[in-house]
Write a protein that binds this ligand. Structure first.
Ligand SMILES: [Ca+2]
Length: 206
């Protein structure tokens, strides 16, 4: 014990930035569906820029990244996203993690925000097919920044929680799966005839 220093273990874990979009560039991502994915200055959670996906029609807005960002989550990490949606009800928004390739609907997991179905889910993608590992009911506010937090355990346990802008919990869902232990991140907005619009900012590991 020297100079009162009592060990690194007592220090708080630093926040590690995944993407804040302040480079005003999505070059780290592959556009895997034809809907619009761009940076925006109209609406940001922190700093000047955020990711914005808008979509209406027959092809989702989707981007995937497995390299180029500052960090990617793995088992044992806690991830947070800040997400905002428009008021249309027949829409769905996906936060992908454990992305195995920069392709449409890659092998991955996703936290699934589904105003269209009134549900909040953890979904596993395998060979292009989605399976809901667990689903709970949820009613989402619109036009405000929600916070999504994912606790991804070393044993493959996953708990995703979503809160409104005041910190009140909207829903929490848990699942467990060990198919993927690390990988990239991605985002998707889609609809069933309404215009899906999602902003994302401040993606961190905490
Ligand atoms: Ca930002």
């Amino acid at each position: 014990m020297v100079g009162g220093f009592d060990g690194w273990a007592t220090l708080p874990m630093p926040t590690v930035e995944i993407d804040y979009y302040e480079d005003n560039d999505l070059g780290e991502y592959t556009k895997t569906r034809n809907g619009s994915s761009s940076t925006t200055t109209t609406d940001s959670y922190e700093g000047s820029y955020a990711l914005e996906q808008t979509f209406s029609g027959t092809n989702y807005a989707e981007i995937q990244s497995t390299s180029g960002l500052n960090a990617y989550p793995k088992q044992g990490d806690t991830v947070t996203w800040h997400v905002k949606r428009n008021s249309n009800t027949d829409t769905a928004y996906a936060l992908f993690y454990a992305v195995q390739s920069e392709t449409d609907s890659p092998d991955s997991y996703q936290v699934d925000i589904r105003p269209a179905n009134g549900s909040f889910r953890i979904v596993k993608w395998s060979s292009g097919s989605p399976t809901a590992l667990n689903s709970v009911s949820a009613s989402y506010p619109s036009n405000e920044w929600m916070t999504v937090k994912l606790d991804w355990g070393n044993d493959g346990s996953m708990t995703a929680t979503i809160e409104d802008s005041t910190g009140t919990e909207i829903a929490s869902v848990s699942a467990s799966d060990t198919a993927y232990s690390s990988g990239g991140i991605g985002f998707r907005a889609n609809d069933k005839g309404q215009q899906a619009s999602m902003q994302v900012d401040g993606v961190d590991m905490v």
